[in-house]
Design a protein around this ligand. Structure first.
Ligand SMILES: CC(C)(COP(=O)(O)OP(=O)(O)OC[C@H]1O[C@@H](n2cnc3c(N)ncnc32)[C@H](O)[C@@H]1OP(=O)(O)O)[C@@H](O)C(=O)NCCC(=O)NCCS
Length: 197
């Protein structure tokens, strides 16, 4: 499997990426049109965006990942999807690792992601989260199958919740991960040490 840039000059790949998004996350992209629009937006070329695709031996897109710069040193991972028949084979992990490497080279220190709980698969779905929102985040457990377990397994930590983000009792779970600083930039631990000293 190769991981390559997902670019507007490959409409065949963009179409596969859109179908995959619509199939895997219909609550987020209920129509193929909406998924196509999302793919076009994420794949727009520029210094504030990055999109990568996993390509199998037959040339098919089997997963893809996007990222958008939101702060000077923090990027949002959005979206991430692996084709349904190819999930749980390490493709998602490989896509995130590849993205981390590229973003670290661009000076990114924090990669963050929002992972909705629309169906009560975690302890924070269908719950009143106020006033102890951060307490619910700290105690979060997964009942069924939810991507939050995937992100935790590859080093992300839960950093917060947006209660009712997708409707009453349907929060968004936010996770973040520190990336290694690129050569020439101080590591985050060095910055903290300097501030404390
Ligand atoms: C979540 C997703 C991107 C993970 O990609 P993947 O290639 O299937 O994941 P990997 O094989 O690299 O997974 C590594 C480990 O993460 C965990 N994991 C992966 N997907 C998971 C899920 N949906 N729920 C819980 N744990 C999961 C497992 O522990 C897995 O190891 P295991 O199969 O040995 O148990 C993929 O399942 C997917 O596209 N899901 C639908 C779309 C989606 O939810 N995207 C994320 C939106 S925030």
């Amino acid at each position: 499997m190769d991981i390559v840039d997902l670019t507007p000059d490959r409409p065949d790949r963009l179409e596969q990426a859109a179908r995959m998004l619509h199939d895997a996350l219909p609550q987020g992209w209920p129509t193929l049109e909406a998924a196509r629009a999302e793919v076009c937006e994420v794949c727009a070329v520029g210094p504030e965006r990055l999109a990568r695709a996993a390509i199998d031996r037959t040339g098919a897109v089997v997963g893809w990942i996007g990222a958008i710069r939101r702060y000077s040193h923090a990027w949002e991972l959005h979206p991430l999807v692996v084709r349904q028949d190819r999930q749980r084979r390490g493709i998602g992990t490989s896509l995130v690792r590849d993205l981390e490497r590229l973003l670290a080279a661009r000076g990114c220190l924090t990669l963050f992601v929002g992972s909705d709980d629309e169906t009560g698969e975690t302890s924070v779905g269908g719950m009143e989260l106020y006033p102890d929102v951060l307490g619910h985040a700290a105690r979060l457990t997964v009942h069924g199958s939810h991507p939050v377990d995937f992100y935790r397994r590859i080093g992300f930590a839960i950093v917060g919740l947006f209660p009712d983000a997708n409707g009453p009792g349907r929060p968004d779970i936010w996770l973040a991960k520190r990336l290694e600083a690129r050569a020439g930039e101080p590591a985050a631990s060095a910055v903290r040490g300097r501030d404390e000293g």
